[in-house]
Design a protein around this ligand. Structure first.
Ligand code: IPM
Ligand code: MG
Length: 358
């Protein structure tokens, strides 16, 4: 069956990294019996410039129709002064929410070839392989009320609300338990239950769901401690599950353990397995348009797409092996560079992956 993939390049380095990922999909179509059709649409600042809306109705309609979305990155200084609902980031948040992409999978794994690239000691990070499961369509990102206002005394105040229902917690917990079960069977749920009611409910519901997974070893950790443990002894973790805001923060910490955020893919899935796939790094306006950005996080996002939405774990492995091989050959973009290696541009790295696939 033909699957539809919608490409949303967005801003900054987005178009450059998506170009390489598309080459990979085309190579798989051509040489490996993959059957996807590709379409493209505007999102983020590019869409603000084109039609004045970071998520145009036309783009959302195409996204609803697609089986999978390949997303580049959004944002840039140019649009930072716009009202919140017109900012590029709002396009991404609306897309997540409108499509019900509640389960965000952010693996942080260290390629042995890149162990030196981490700012942490090699013995602390070598062999690192963590999966962060972040709730993506609830919590303080979307809770009501939210407002900036003036109180009766004329003072300015602002409010956001961290709200979770038991159903929202249960469905993300199930995703996380299922993933932990396929990995090393250990799940750590991260919250702030010593202070927040919403976290106590989170902990209670995760414990309840845990009864259905007696084979998974469940533990709980406060978010401040989790942040510390991630940099102290990250290899103690297998699978982590947490809410939207804590997951945003912890996934950046975990990313940096691996040395380069330029290597990390992500998947955002709905209940039926439809997904949006994007690199964890952002639009990096400072290096956009120079052909030097690392395309591998986006290429590895294609691998996640093959595995989680397109049902082609075999091709996902091929892509992951191709990436490993490119690193073995010593090809490096600048973000993962060290002395003896050969500095390569975005297109060269993409081309090397494609060559490996042929
Ligand atoms: C992320 C990003 C987004 C988020 C921004 C761009 C809205 O930081 O995907 O982690 O906060 O979720
Ligand atoms: Mg983030």
């Amino acid at each position: 069956m033909t699957a539809k993939v919608l490409v949303l390049p967005g801003d900054g380095v987005g178009p450059e990294i998506c170009r390489e990922a598309v080459r990979v999909l085309e190579a798989l179509n051509h040489d490996h019996d993959l059957d996807v059709t590709l379409d493209e649409a505007v999102v983020g600042g590019a869409a603000v410039d084109a039609v004045g809306d970071p998520l145009p109705a036309d783009t959302l309609a195409k996204a609803r129709e697609a089986d999978a979305i390949l997303f580049g990155a959004v944002g840039g200084a140019k649009w930072d002064k716009l009202p919140r609902e017109q900012r590029p980031e709002s396009g991404l948040l609306s897309l997540r929410s409108e499509l019900g992409l509640f389960a965000n999978l952010r693996p942080a794994m260290l390629y042995p070839q890149l162990a030196h690239a981490s700012t942490l000691r090699e013995d602390v990070v070598s062999g690192l392989d963590i999966m962060i499961v972040r709730e993506l369509t609830g919590g303080i990102y979307f809770g009501q009320p939210r407002a900036t206002r003036t109180d009766v005394g004329g003072r300015r105040q602002a409010v956001n609300t961290m709200l979770y229902t038991d159903e929202e917690i249960e469905r993300i917990a199930r995703v996380a338990f299922d993933i932990a079960r396929q990995r090393n069977g250990r799940l750590c749920s991260v919250d702030k239950a010593n202070v927040l009611e919403v976290s106590q409910l989170w902990r209670d519901v995760v414990n309840e769901v845990g009864k259905d997974y007696p084979d998974v070893e469940l533990s709980h950790m406060y978010v401040d401690n989790a942040a510390m443990q991630l940099v102290r002894a990250p290899k103690q973790f297998d699978t982590l599950v947490t809410g939207n805001l804590f997951g945003d923060i912890l996934s950046d910490i975990a990313a940096m353990l691996t040395g380069s955020i330029g290597m990390l893919p992500s998947a955002s899935l709905d209940e039926a397995g439809k997904g949006l796939y994007e690199p964890v790094h952002g639009s990096a306006p400072d290096i956009a348009g120079q052909g030097i950005v690392n395309p591998l996080a986006t290429v590895l996002s294609v691998a996640m797409m093959l595995r989680y939405t397109l049902g082609r774990g075999d091709l996902a492995e091929k892509v992951e092996h191709a990436v490993g091989h490119v690193l073995d050959r010593g090809l490096r973009t600048r973000d993962i560079m060290d002395d003896e290696k050969q500095v390569a541009g975005t297109g060269e790295i993409g081309g090397a992956v494609v060559d490996m696939l042929q």
